[in-house]
Design a protein around this ligand. Structure first.
Ligand code: ATP
Ligand code: MG
Length: 199
């Protein structure tokens, strides 16, 4: 690399660092946030559980509500319960498995009751509401109830919401929203869902 290239690189990096430092200096507010991980690609729940692991690793208190996927095995649940993370698992499977709307609605309400308690508990630093978006899509839960509980939560508490097709009103109040877009999925190539990767 020529001396000129080195100098150019240095100047570019310096300018970049100044911009980054400026933005870091501007971010002074300290409060919990609402994170939405939505979209059709793989990685939404993995991200939510990754954040729970992160918080727990710092000695913080996290709680998890699993909407929809209640009867399935789940590696993260088995691990996190061992370190004392409380879980509420919605007791039914997918709607197209149970085919019983009334049972699903009752299960959704019970899961929401627990969610609401954790969203009001200042001892809980992070709440993961995994797959809650479907409850709003199916109207098993009232979006205004959810928005109100999120708005009234303890100021330092963060919440991760996962699931496809997140309701617009939830996206609007969220602080961080990521959409996971599928470029490829192994399942489409005929590869079976597998332990340790998909659950
Ligand atoms: P993960 O739990 O792996 O992070 P996810 O939460 O983003 O996935 P969900 O919609 O909750 O996705 O679906 C869970 C299951 O469906 C997982 O087994 C996942 O691998 C699979 N899956 C996710 N996205 C796709 C896709 N685009 N095509 C096929 N299967 C998918
Ligand atoms: Mg998921």
């Amino acid at each position: 690399m020529s001396e000129q290239d080195k100098q150019k690189h240095k100047a570019r990096m310096q300018a970049h660092k100044e911009k980054v430092d400026e933005r870091i200096a501007q971010a002074t507010e300290e409060r919990g946030i609402v994170i939405v991980i939505t979209g059709n690609g793989k990685g939404k729940s993995t991200s939510g559980f990754g954040t729970v692991a992160r918080a727990v690793g710092h000695g913080m208190n996290a709680a998890v509500v699993q909407y929809v996927k209640g009867t399935w095995p789940c590696g993260e649940r088995d691990l996190l319960q061992q370190v004392g993370v409380p879980f509420h698992v919605m007791g039914t499977g997918f709607t197209w498995e149970t085919q019983d709307k009334e049972t699903d609605m009752k299960a959704a309400q019970a899961a929401w009751e627990q969610s609401r308690q954790w969203l009001a508990d200042p001892q809980i630093d992070l709440v993961l509401l995994d797959e809650i978006t479907y409850m709003l899509t199916y109207k098993y839960l009232d979006v205004d109830d959810v928005l109100q509980a999120l708005a009234n939560r303890p100021v330092h508490q963060s919440v991760v919401i996962t699931g496809r097709a997140c309701h617009r009103a939830v996206i609007d109040i969220a602080d961080t929203v990521s959409e996971v877009r599928p470029q490829k999925h192994a399942f489409d190539a005929g590869i079976k869902a597998q332990k340790g990767i998909d659950w």
